[in-house]
Structures are given as C-alpha cells and as structure tokens.
Design a protein around this ligand. Structure first.
Ligand code: CS2
Length: 446
C-alpha cells in the first residue's frame, strides 16, 4: 500500500512493538489518540481491542492495522494513513493483553454506557445483569471486569487512561475498578495510575461517500476510513506510572489539573450538542440544526453554562464558544443529530444537569438547559426507537403519562439520572413543564 501513497499521506512510523492496549477501538480513538501517538514520534504501538462488534477487527486485519483519517474542513478535504495501530483483537483477548509486561498504558474509549455506572452517582451498577454475571465468576465480559482481571494478572506498573466524556474520568474509573476488585476479591498488586483526560474531536460515523472520497485522495481503497474535523484537542493529567509517548510534542496539553477543561468541554460542547440533537431532531445534521438554533445555543452557553465554569487562567472563553459554533456549522462534516441523541440517560448528567444544579444553587433559573432537558423528555416519549441502555425504564416511566406535567414528573422520578435533589426542585420542574407544554403544542416560542 505504501508505494502508491504520496509522501504526506504515508504513516509517519509503523511501530514494531505494542506498549498501549486500547479498549474500544472505534472511530473516535482512531481519529484522536492514535493520531497523537503516531505524531509523538516515539514509536509506541497500539493494540486495539473491539468491545461490541468484531467489525473493526475484520476491516483492519487485512490492512495490517493501517487505516486513513479523512479530515473534512470548510476547505478541501485531506487524508493520511495512520500506522500506530499494530494489532486489532476482539474482547476475549483483553485480559491476556493487559497482563503483558511490555504494556505500559491501557487506554479506553468505550462510551459512557460502557462503564455500567449509575449516571447520577458515577458508581458501579451492581444491579447491572452483566456486572452481576461477571462478579458471579464467569470469565469477565464487561469492560470493568476485564480491566480488573487484566490488572490483577500484572506485576509491572501501568497507567489506565480513560478517554471518555465522563466527569473526572480518571477518578471515576479508579472508583469503578476498586469497587469491582473489592467485590470480586481480585487483588491488584501492581502500581496503577488513573490520570484524567479531556478529549475533543468531532468524529461522525463514516459513510460510503467518505470511503470514496478517501480513495480519491489516496489512490487506494481503505475499508477502515474514519472521518473527522480539522480541530483536535487533548488535555491530560500528567500522572503516569510507566512513562508515556511525547503526546505534548504532538500538541496535547499535559497539566496538573484537567477538571476546568473537562467541565468546560462537557458543558459547552457536549451540552450544546445534546441541545441541538434533541431540539433539532427533525433536522438530519448538526450543521443544519445550528443554522436554525444557533442563537439559542449561544444563549445556553452565555446565560446558563458560562457562569458555572471555572475558566483556566489565560483562557479565552468567548473565542472558545465562537469556535464551537463554527465547528458545529462545518457543512462538510455530515454529523447526524441522531448519533448524538443516543444514550441520553448516560450523557445528560455531566452535560446539562450539572449546569442546572449550579444555576439553581446560585438562585438562578437555567432556562436553556431546562429546554434541552425538556426536549430530551419529548424524545424519550416520541422517538420511534429509543437508543438508550435505560430505554426500558424510561419508556415504562412515561407510559400512560398523558400531560406534559405527568411526563415531567414521571421522568424526574428516575433518580438514577436526576438524583433526588433535581426530582424535588420546584423551580426545575416548573421550567420543564413550561417548555414541554410548548414543545408538545409545537409552539416553543424561544
Ligand atoms: C457528541 C460527542 O455523540 C455525542 O454525544 O456530543 O461525541 C462529541 O462529538 C465529542 O465529544 C467531541 O469531542
């Protein structure tokens, strides 16, 4: 494949060893951490492990792990081939791969629901049937079960690097690992660091048109194309037990405290994304939705989210918010609102409900955040298929609720999402009922 590629699109390095095991080798990892790892230039190789389906392994194996990243900006598209992924395996391999002493980092992008945590408290869901089966002693199949078994089988120090959009993702994962290890009786003898990270790059699902575009640009057919935007950001807590690639040389920010970046990104980018996805659900793409709802997104950011943020010193918040709106408006990126709308129960707490809580505590009314939550409630009630791990609970809650107030009360009672504090907030309830009434009437009036 290499000789046919132009110099600029060839892999910069093709490592001959594996030091990173990555759980969840979907499009996001390949468009983000794998690119940083290659650009760091230290030759660290990645073993990617698929979580739910073998499709990525089947697509990448015949290509020797090589795949291309197609960048679609407002200008011309570009494509380059990444060589950092050296092995692609399926889930059963996880424990043995983590146990390998040559491995120094285990990173994860398994989506919010992959952790099987309680969305409101962040704690492991012991009533999750798969967690219960793992704890009962079968060879583990859950991410946390496999991670614990792998860590228990090692002696050499290792870093577990969570790259999902969860609050305090490193500490959260440490809590899940400790809880699971305690309950399963697993003994983790090696030193393990759990730094937190903030990851950012919009990565829509790849379409057949993306495969064709990459082929046109590269001159070779790649079945493993991932498509993304020009922007990329990675902020990492610099706390590693066994070294790391020079990700800083590739543009990552290594810092002592990720929290301010993480809260800002979750509440501004992801919060706005969810607002667009639920309120703009009749529009297929985010770029169309932001064309119609851009002013409202700006009001959510300015009036609700911004006052809750602890902005890192020297950081230009206004420029950041404007850049988000520009990124959302990128017409070349066919990012479907439906892709963002899935798994709302797992996303709402860190994206919108933290904003709601902080504004209520300050005596303010989080109008726009409440509108986004009301739009999610409408989605729960009316979506032809609700793609959410809590779909059963949510649909049962709204079955028979025949007024907006009844729907609001039924969903607020799902304390796994809202917690008892928001369930009992009169102000929040009133805002939700007002908005849902207007949404149902088809006259939102914002
Ligand atoms: C999106 C994110 O699908 C979603 O829920 O909000 O995947 C978003 O595109 C990324 O976090 C951007 O960094």
């Amino acid at each position: 494949m290499n000789e046919r590629l132009s110099l600029t699109s060839r892999p910069r390095t093709v490592p001959d060893s594996v030091e990173i095991v990555h759980l969840g080798i979907g499009a996001f990892h390949r468009a983000h951490q794998a690119v940083y790892t290659e650009d760091a230039g230290d030759g660290w190789g990645i073993c990617g492990i698929t979580q739910r389906s073998a499709a990525v392994a089947e697509r990448l194996a015949p290509q020797d792990g090589l795949y291309s990243v197609l960048v679609r900006g407002p200008g011309a598209a570009s494509a380059r081939v990444i060589g950092a992924v050296r092995e692609v395996l399926t889930g059963e391999a996880t424990v043995a791969r983590i146990a390998d002493p040559a491995v120094r980092i285990v990173s994860l992008t398994v989506t919010e629901k992959g952790y099987r945590r309680d969305p409101a408290t962040g704690r492991l869901r012991l009533d999750d049937p798969e967690i219960a089966l793992d704890l009962a002693g079968r060879p583990p199949r859950t991410v946390v079960g496999r991670l614990v078994a792998g860590l228990a089988a090692r002696e050499a120090p290792v870093t577990v690097l969570c790259c999902d959009n969860l609050p305090s993702n490193g500490a959260t994962l440490r809590g899940l690992v400790e809880e699971y290890a305690g309950r399963s009786g697993a003994e983790i003898g090696c030193e393990v660091a759990f730094p937190s990270t903030m990851v950012d790059r919009i990565v829509p699902a790849t379409t057949p048109a993306d495969l064709d575009e990459a082929e046109r640009l590269l001159g070779v057919r790649d079945e493993g194309v991932v498509v993304t935007e020009p922007f990329t950001q990675w902020v990492i807590e610099d706390d590693f037990a066994a070294g790391r690639p020079s990700w800083d040389a590739a543009g990552a920010i290594l810092t002592g405290d990720v929290a301010p970046y993480e809260t800002m990104k979750l509440r501004l980018l992801n919060g706005a994304h969810s607002l667009l996805a639920y309120l703009g659900s009749d529009l297929t793409y985010v770029s169309d939705a932001v064309g119609v709802l851009g002013d409202l997104v700006r009001r959510y950011m300015d009036e609700d989210a911004s006052p809750t943020l602890d902005v890192p010193s020297g950081f230009d918040l206004e420029a950041y918010k404007s850049s988000l709106l520009e990124r959302f408006a990128n017409p070349a990126l066919r990012h479907r609102t439906a892709q963002i709308a899935m798994d709302g129960s797992q996303k709402l707490p860190q994206r919108l409900l933290g904003v709601v809580r902080d504004r209520l505590a300050a005596g303010a009314e989080p109008r726009w955040a409440a509108l986004a939550v009301a739009a999610w409630m409408r989605h729960v009630q009316t979506a032809p298929e609700l793609d959410d791990p809590m779909a059963g609970t949510l649909r049962r809650a709204v079955a028979g609720a025949d007024t907006p107030a009844a729907v609001v009360d039924a969903l607020l009672s799902v304390t796994d999402v809202f917690g008892p504090d928001l369930r009992d907030s009169e102000v929040f309830r009133r805002l939700l009922v007002e908005w849902l009434t207007r949404l149902v009437a088809g006259a939102p009036g914002y």
